[in-house]
Unconditional design. Structure first.
Lengths: 396, 629
């Protein structure tokens, strides 16, 4: 689902987060019952004088209908957003919707059956990609099981299950026709297009299924399949699939940068506890680490100016994700962007660089929703310019 | 918006709202007021309406007053101008309803006669409001009987699993019950937070009646606030009594009663002392030495208020399915000169015209402006435009309508209410009662994509405004609200402080939602929201004043302050706007409801540790609450 998916080793603990859409915590405990760590909202490291208002104005909640929504990505013309939401009776999993920012109408473009996640508009085309499991004959059964589980009143420490049936599909916005691009066993998701619409990067766990695993790896697959996730690239028609990363631990959430010259993604360590933002060339070479927070930094997306990368991190407290930004080369200490209780993450700037869509639980309740705000690019540049050089994580 | 009196049974949130401001009237306050709205290029749709309705000419629009008449004249003229008509079958826009404009004591007496000849007892009759005063909801029925002292007269329902029943060991059938006001004073905070929910006067009267008591007499113990005094008659708009004869008595009357026992262990003070630990095994006792005759006299003044209704007929054939009406409404009444107990004016301002520009000329203006927009486009449903009177004294106008509707309630697809929509800050708009229908999520989402408000959605329809009446009537409803402010219920709620630019945006937004409801093929389904308030149906009310002004428009973990009242306890403790209170007296404050319950357990004059965050930094201070009556 989320390009920021975290490994199941941490997902269990993370499930206590305040109803993260992004983490699939459908029935998360109320934030009131959690410790007050998220109240410490001071800017870490530096006594930076910036606040949310410096960067974000006209903050508003965009999605309201349904239980949860998130992962909003812009159409190249900035007039629509594609996002995932649980908002139709009968299916307790995410489906993909396109929101028309002129009239407020949201239209489902995914099949409606099974699980879907991570959509992206194909530039210069009417196509939209997403990952889906609807071809799995057991899809409806899973829906009913989840619904009756919820009806029973029990609460699940829900974690994203990395459904191995998840594959990449492309839907035509005009005709609704669906094409399947990947068929490999193992979770294929978290895909996005290059700026010219000719390439797709994705995260796949196929490595766990296409070779003989050691006993240790078998155990790993049972407890945390995301360990096997690596970044792949392929042509827009699904051909020429090629693996770009080989490091142990979950590599996911890849996006091309503004001009397609690099890929930005997040890499978890072997234990699935620490994640950092990395960039590399589209051929997998020149891999560089951009952040070094010693916490979970993920969901990176480059601003269209190419000057900085927005991402989310729980540096301020295990349950308190906030949006940060860092210069695209990662030479500076990241600057905090959001200041609110609960989850703020999955930041995606608009194509003109003047708005920010992100997923937040700031409106209260138990689930994340899409938010939108005006983005002050000039102030962002100032803040990054004034940020101190990058420091490593504080050693305990 | 209606100010809640402390004895009324409303939501916790409401109780706080009332209490936060209620004691402000005795303090000199220097607030910076909200800046006037920025000038817009185009004339505001709503400004002319607010100017007219909040002018001196309408004298604060008190229900049943000439000012109400003047305001309704303006509304009717505007309804005619936009093409609205009186409801089908009626010739008038004005729809009158009767209400009680006030209560006073008409000479209640308590007579003691000696049950058996005893040297310590002599027959006496007490009168005069210093010694005996009816409770405002009392019947005017004379009752006589033996007397039983029933402690605090509190019964916590079994469902609470708490185990406190003042009547557990007492037989009060056909007797008169004497109880203490409030709740055990020395109970630990957690026990207090439960007991307080069942300590409202109406609740105590109900508990006594359910056990067969004929009447209720209340004394305020020496260990409680307002010790020894009779209880002021709260403003009660009920047209008749509640079926209970009830009065409060002074310490001297109570002492005279206890003295008949001639027992040093059984004085009012000693009895209260024993009860104050909230030990459930300490019981009341019969006072067999006297018989009591209670003769309550409550005078109720009846008046007539006027709702104003107009409608815009459907222009195309109404949707065939059902429910051919959509209603929009706002109360247009306010506090007049504030002499009915719900004003928060300072001493200096007392008796001045309460203009009520935000509360609720702004909402009335919004209904007129939305109506004008809807009047210009084709309509598949009739649009009912409703202007309520009697809201400030208890949602009386809307209650009169739902009790005797001029349009059948099952013909209403939905109702949109506007109460205090003129003080938007930071683009924040609160939508309340969103839980009353599943349809709101989609309609509000669609309309807000263009409108771009920072919406705060509250599913709770049990709000201190007319939306509550429609919720009771099972009509899907929605309330628009921009939050409370320092001028709330004061003469300084004036038209120059209204944010017209954003009020006009609210009008456009509401019109977009109304249009979508008007066009719905499938009518919205009403969903019942469970009431979050106390199940006991009455609370003693908040007795302390802290001088904090919570920010209702932002939800954070803790209690965000939008300000403090100058010179008040919070101010003295160094709290300020923007602070987030997270702990009071060791109790975690996660939200406004937690805050309410903690407030009820604080003691006047007794400092309590407050933990708060300022700019993310954790701080501590000591706050010493002062008393409110």
């Amino acid at each position: 689902m989320s390009r920021g998916r975290v490994g199941t080793t941490v997902a269990t603990a993370i499930a206590a987060l305040a109803g993260l859409t992004a983490f699939g915590a459908a029935q998360a405990p109320s934030p009131a019952s959690s410790p007050s760590t998220s109240l410490s909202s001071g800017s870490p490291g530096s006594a930076s004088a910036t606040t949310e208002r410096d960067f974000l104005s006209r903050v508003r909640r965009l999605t309201i209908e349904g239980k949860r929504a998130g992962e909003g990505y812009w159409a190249p013309d900035g007039k629509r957003l594609v996002f995932q939401s649980e908002r139709e009776p009968g299916n307790p999993f995410y489906q993909i919707y396109v929101l028309d920012l002129a009239n407020g109408e949201a239209k489902r473009i995914s099949p409606g059956v099974g699980k879907t996640t991570c959509a992206f508009f194909r530039p210069n085309s009417d196509e939209i990609l997403f990952a889906s499991t609807h071809h799995d004959p057991k899809s409806k059964q899973y829906q009913e099981e989840e619904l009756s589980f919820r009806a029973s009143g029990k609460e699940r420490r829900y974690s994203w299950d990395y459904d191995p049936e998840m594959d990449i599909y492309v839907a035509s916005d005009k005709t609704g026709a669906l094409r399947r691009l990947t068929t490999a066993k193992g979770y294929d998701a978290e895909a996005s297009y290059s700026p010219d619409g000719q390439w797709i990067v994705l995260s796949s766990m196929r490595d766990a299924y296409n070779r003989t695993l050691t006993d240790k790896e078998h155990k790993q697959l049972e407890t945390d399949p995301s360990y096997f996730a690596e970044i792949y690239i392929m042509k827009a028609d699904g051909s020429g699939q090629k693996r770009l990363t080989t490091s142990p631990g979950y590599d996911g959430g890849p996006f091309f940068n503004h001009d397609g010259s690099r890929i930005v993604w997040r890499r978890f360590d072997e234990n699935g506890l620490i994640a950092n933002v990395w960039t590399m060339k589209p051929d997998g070479t020149d891999q560089r680490q951009i952040t070094d927070f010693g916490s979970m930094s993920w969901a990176p997306y480059e601003h269209p100016s190419g000057q900085y990368i927005l991402f989310a991190s729980n540096k301020l407290g295990f349950e308190n994700f906030e949006v940060f930004m860092v210069d695209s080369a990662g030479t500076k200490e990241p600057v905090r962007v959001t200041y609110s209780d609960g989850f703020d993450g999955l930041p995606v700037p608009s194509p003109d660089g003047r708005q920010l869509a992100w997923t937040s639980a700031r409106s209260g309740g138990s689930a994340g929703q899409l938010f939108l705000a005006q983005w002050n690019h000039e102030k962002a540049l100032d803040a990054i310019r004034n940020a101190p050089p990058r420091q490593g994580p504080k050693k305990p | 918006m209606k100010l809640e009196t402390c004895s009324s049974a409303r939501s916790a949130l409401t109780a706080v709202r009332a209490s936060l401001f209620a004691s402000a009237c005795t303090l000199a306050i220097a607030f910076t007021t909200a800046p006037a709205a920025a000038q817009t290029a185009t004339a505001s749709r709503a400004k002319a309406h607010v100017d007219a309705l909040a002018s001196d000419r309408t004298e604060g629009r008190l229900s049943g007053s000439p000012g109400e008449r003047a305001a309704s004249d303006y509304i009717i003229a505007e309804l005619k101008r936009i093409g609205a008509k009186p409801l089908p079958g009626l010739n008038e826009f004005r729809i009158p309803f009767d209400f009680t404009a006030g209560t006073k004591d008409g000479g209640t007496t308590v007579a003691l006669s000696c049950a058996t000849p005893a040297p310590s007892c002599s027959p006496r009759t007490f009168s005069g409001e210093r010694d005996v005063r009816a409770l405002s909801f009392s019947d005017n029925t004379e009752v006589s009987g033996d007397l039983v002292f029933a402690g605090y007269g509190i019964v916590v329902p079994d469902a609470q699993d708490f185990g406190y029943d003042s009547y557990a060991t007492l037989d009060v059938k056909d007797k008169i019950v004497l109880v203490l006001r409030y709740f055990p004073e020395d109970a630990d905070p957690k026990a207090k937070s439960i007991l307080t929910r069942y300590s409202g006067l109406r609740y105590k009267a109900m508990a006594a009646r359910q056990r067969g008591a004929k009447g209720l007499i209340v004394a305020t113990g020496p260990h409680s606030p307002n010790a020894g005094e009779t209880i002021p008659m709260s403003f009660d708009t009920a047209l008749a009594g509640s079926g209970v004869s009830a009065a409060s008595i002074s310490a001297s009357v109570a002492d005279a009663i206890f003295a008949t026992l001639n027992d040093r262990e059984k004085t009012l003070a000693a009895a209260q002392k024993g009860l104050d630990s909230a030990n459930p095994h300490i019981a009341g006792f019969a006072i067999p030495t006297v018989r009591v005759t209670l003769k309550p006299s409550v005078l109720r003044e009846s008046r007539q208020g006027n709702n104003v209704f107009g409608y815009l007929p459907a222009t195309t054939r109404a949707v065939s399915t059902s429910k051919p009406w959509v209603a929009l409404g706002a109360h247009y009444d306010h506090l007049g000169r504030g002499d009915h107990g719900n004003s928060l004016a300072t001493k200096e301002d007392a008796g001045q015209i309460h203009h009520g520009a935000d509360d609720n000329a702004s909402g009335s203006a919004a209904v007129l402006a939305v109506g004008e927009l809807l009047a210009k486009a084709p309509r598949k449903r009739n649009v009912l435009l409703q202007f309520w009177s009697g809201e400030e004294i208890g949602l009386l106008g809307s209650a009169a309508f739902v009790n005797k509707p001029n349009v059948p309630l099952d013909q209403l697809a939905a109702y949109l209410n506007f109460d205090m929509v003129g003080r938007m800050q930071d683009n924040k708009l609160i939508l309340q009662a969103t839980g009353t229908s599943d349809v709101w999520g989609r309609l509000v989402e669609q309309a807000n994509v263009a409108a771009g408000f920072d919406l705060l959605l509250q599913s709770d329809p049990y709000q201190p405004t007319d939306v509550a009446s429609f919720n009771q009537a099972s009509v899907p409803c929605l309330n628009f609200f921009t939050g409370t402010h320092v001028d709330y219920h004061k003469p300084s709620d004036t038209a120059d402080k209204i944010n017209y630019e954003d009020l006009d945006r609210i009008v456009e937004f509401a019109a977009a939602i109304a249009r979508r409801v008007i066009d719905l093929e499938t009518v919205p389904i009403f969903t019942k929201v469970e009431q979050r308030a106390d199940p006991g149906g009455g609370r003693a009310g908040v007795r302390v004043f802290t001088g904090t002004i919570p920010d209702y428009s932002t939800e954070v973990k803790g209690l965000l302050l939008s300000g403090v009242i100058g010179g008040g306890p919070a101010d003295a403790a160094g709290l300020q706007k923007g602070d987030v209170v997270i702990e009071i007296g060791g109790q975690t404050i996660a939200n406004i409801y937690d805050y309410t319950y903690v407030l009820e357990t604080l003691k006047v004059g007794q400092g309590v540790k407050v933990v708060y965050t300022r700019n993310g930094e954790r701080r501590e201070t000591t706050l010493t609450p002062s008393a409110r009556k």
